[in-house]
Design a binder for this molecule. Structure first.
Ligand SMILES: N[C@H](CCC[C@H](N)C(=O)O)C(=O)O
Length: 298
């Protein structure tokens, strides 16, 4: 049976600043990680995750691997910054190599591991056009779109900036503590708001200096997370184009700090850590898994 052939695929439970990532090694194997496997893995306490990063054989010459990204609800994501750092760390350990070129559904991206262990990923070029994000109706200026939540005359959150980092993001700017807002309650409503035909990742940002902000994110398909790399990128570029910040920003998310550099060539480079927790094997069709013997105690 095909399940028997594909079972026992190595995986690593990792995290990028607390963004829970499972890296699955699909190289040299047929098939892909199925949505049902994602939902099953997410349902078990030890393997609950935000994104699965499935490493596949390359599709395009000049790239090391094709990476498929699956959210914890089984939906696909076009980009995942924290997950890419985990992939880089896993492959760097295995191959002793420091620089990588990957392909995802959103295109080609490059990444490097530095001597200090931090990893930079070139997250590509941000897109601001309303059809590119996408939005359901035309907004000429996406630095501030009409969208609010709460009472009409006293909205709790309103006028977000939007951007695509390969995936759709809305950033709500607040002046006070980002923890004052019930993102667990507003997140699902905004993620699924009809203005976002492909849903969206929803963030709240407080700018604290021209090179610093605090950010919380409700992720499309994953919910509240301790870090969202693409949201940090989307927040930084929108901070810059609304003149709240410069082009280099330290974004403090619940899990720690990410450094975002919106370079003059329009590319957004994100730098941060990645951490290996434990490893095991998983059936990518069903999500049945077991822990590697060496990691049994973890
Ligand atoms: N955690 C990810 C983002 C996942 C995006 C996903 N939730 C979506 O766009 O559907 C990150 O570090 O960038």
């Amino acid at each position: 049976m095909s399940e028997a052939r594909v079972s026992g695929v190595p995986f690593a439970k990792m995290n990028g600043l607390g963004n829970q990532i499972i890296v699955v090694d699909m190289r040299g194997r047929p098939g892909r990680v199925r949505p049902a496997a994602a939902v099953a893995l997410n349902g078990a306490q030890d393997t609950a995750f935000d994104q699965i990063m499935a490493i596949h054989d390359p599709k395009t010459p000049g790239t090391a691997n094709y990476i498929e990204i699956v959210n914890s609800d089984g939906s696909m994501a076009q980009a995942c910054g924290n997950g890419m750092r985990c992939v880089v760390q896993a492959l760097a350990r295995e191959q002793g190599q420091k620089s990588f070129v990957f392909e995802t559904i959103a295109g080609i991206l490059t990444a490097d591991e530095h001597e200090n262990g931090l990893i930079s990923v070139d997250m590509g070029i941000p897109r601001f056009g309303w059809t590119e994000i996408p939005l359901a109706e035309e907004f000429v200026d996406t630095r501030k779109i009409e969208l609010q939540i709460g009472p009409i005359d006293a909205p709790v959150l309103h006028s977000p900036s939007v951007a695509s980092m390969g995936n759709p993001h809305a950033i709500f700017w607040v002046k006070d503590d980002v923890w004052n807002y019930a993102l667990d309650r507003f997140g699902p409503m905004l993620e699924n708001h009809p203005i976002f035909p492909e849903r969206a990742n929803i963030s709240i940002a407080q700018v604290t200096a021209s090179d610093a902000m605090i950010l919380r994110t409700w992720e499309r398909g994953a919910g509240l997370t301790r870090a969202c790399g693409t949201a940090a990128c989307a927040a930084a570029v929108n901070g810059s184009r609304t003149r709240r910040t410069g082009r280099q920003v330290t974004v403090t998310v619940p899990g720690g700090d990410l450094h975002i550099d919106w370079r003059d060539n329009d590319h957004v480079v994100m730098t941060g850590p990645a951490e290996l927790e434990w490893s095991g094997t998983v059936d990518p069709s069903t999500g049945e898994w077991s822990r590697a013997l060496a990691d049994a105690a973890k």
